[in-house]
Design a binder for this molecule. Structure first.
Ligand SMILES: Cc1cc2nc3c(=O)[nH]c(=O)nc-3n(C[C@H](O)[C@H](O)[C@H](O)COP(=O)(O)O)c2cc1C
Length: 349
């Protein structure tokens, strides 16, 4: 065994689930579902090939039609989609794996092109500039601000999606509260300028995230509910100093709920943010005493060191898992890793 990475190879318990190691596959959108947003047999093989991960977190999976912002990302709101996921979980389980479904609503990070010509929805009508991801010649635009009763309906849709995921054999769900999508849009001042019960104070800005967490945990159990968060607002959102207080409040509330875990949503966790007083995982660790999954630019050695230092409990790897389906074996044996290259996104292996 490669002794510099021993901490990664120690088991860890999440709720009643035992992870055989602390190497988690990070959620990664691959845009390979059918045109009805159903997971395919190739996707099942792709996940099953990575079943030696302590836990697989699936790609972002859309909770209802208006939550879509990318082509061919899977959904979990039709019977066909649930059956497709059942085939994925069956195959992963047959290889000894465990799998959490990442449940996703993109909010304003969409375009009428993806949602039947409708205007994307968001906490506030703050436009998003730039070219639509993974689509040529489309520009993002201004979303429509949600009414309060519509916000509660979306929380219910997360719970239904979670229930569907569990009925499809998933071992749990990860609420995608990160990376500038709908939940994250409520948590930052830049994208949340509401003056009702969903904006204006830290309690109000955290309300939607907590309503989603409570609805999902009620539906499937807190021990099967994780959440990913991006206090650094590095993607589709501009950070403001006051945002840190929103996350401090949110994390203290999450701590009471005994969730499966909190997961850092960041591409490079070595970056320090003044307004967080350090790195994203450092900020999360300071404000949250439950299980913390770190992610973002880690090597196996750095991740093992962070676990040994008590900075993380578990580490998630994204791009290394695309390039190396057998990442756990390679890390364990000290074998060299194949470097990730964007061209690998074109096919699903
Ligand atoms: C192709 C690709 C797709 C991604 N899709 C998602 C996603 O669906 N949900 C999510 O939370 N993060 C997504 N991410 C972010 C990763 O989960 C991870 O945070 C990021 O790749 C940094 O980790 P790494 O340095 O180990 O790759 C994606 C990253 C990549 C490269």
């Amino acid at each position: 065994m490669n002794s510099g990475v021993e901490a990664l190879l120690r088991p860890y318990s999440i709720g009643r689930m035992e992870l055989p190691n602390r190497i988690v596959m990070a959620p990664m959108t691959r845009c390979m579902a059918t045109d009805e947003f159903v997971p395919t047999a190739k996707m099942a093989e792709y996940y099953a090939r990575r079943a030696e991960a302590g836990l697989i977190i699936t790609e972002g999976t859309v909770i209802r039609p208006d939550g879509r912002g990318y082509p061919n990302s899977p959904g979990i709101y039709t019977a066909k989609q649930i059956n497709g996921w059942q085939a994925v979980t069956d195959m992963a389980h047959s290889q000894g794996g465990r799998l959490f479904l990442q449940i996703w609503h993109v909010g304003r990070v969409s375009h009428p092109f993806y949602i039947n010509g409708e205007q994307p929805v968001a906490p506030s009508a703050v436009p998003l500039e730039g070219k639509v991801a993974r689509a040529e010649n489309l520009e993002y635009g201004a979303p429509r601000a949600l009414e309060a009763d519509e916000i509660r309906d979306i929380a219910t849709a997360y719970a239904k999606a979670a229930e569907n995921g569990i009925s499809a054999g998933c071992d749990g769900v990860e609420i995608h509260g990160a990376n500038g999508y709908l939940i994250d849009q409520f948590l930052h001042h830049h994208t949340n300028t509401r003056t009702d019960e969903y904006g204006g104070t830290v309690e109000n800005m955290a309300r939607f995230a907590l309503e989603v967490v409570d609805a999902v945990a009620d539906a499937v159990g807190a021990g099967k509910t994780g959440i990913r968060l991006s206090p650094a607002a590095y993607h589709f959102v501009t950070p403001e100093a006051g945002d840190a207080a929103v996350f401090e409040f949110l994390l203290k509330e999450l701590e009471k709920r005994r969730l499966a875990y909190v997961h850092a949503g960041i591409f490079d966790d070595s970056v320090s943010y003044d307004y967080l007083g350090g790195t994203v995982s450092g900020f999360l660790r300071k404000n949250y005493r439950g299980t913390l999954i770190g992610c973002g630019g880690y090597t196996a050695e750095k991740a093992a060191e962070a676990i040994n230092n008590g900075e993380l409990d578990i580490a998630a790897f994204g791009r290394p898992f695309i390039a190396n389906p057998d990442l756990v074996s390679k890390i364990s044996n000290g074998d060299p890793l194949k470097p990730y290259d964007e061209s690998m996104l074109a096919s699903l292996y």
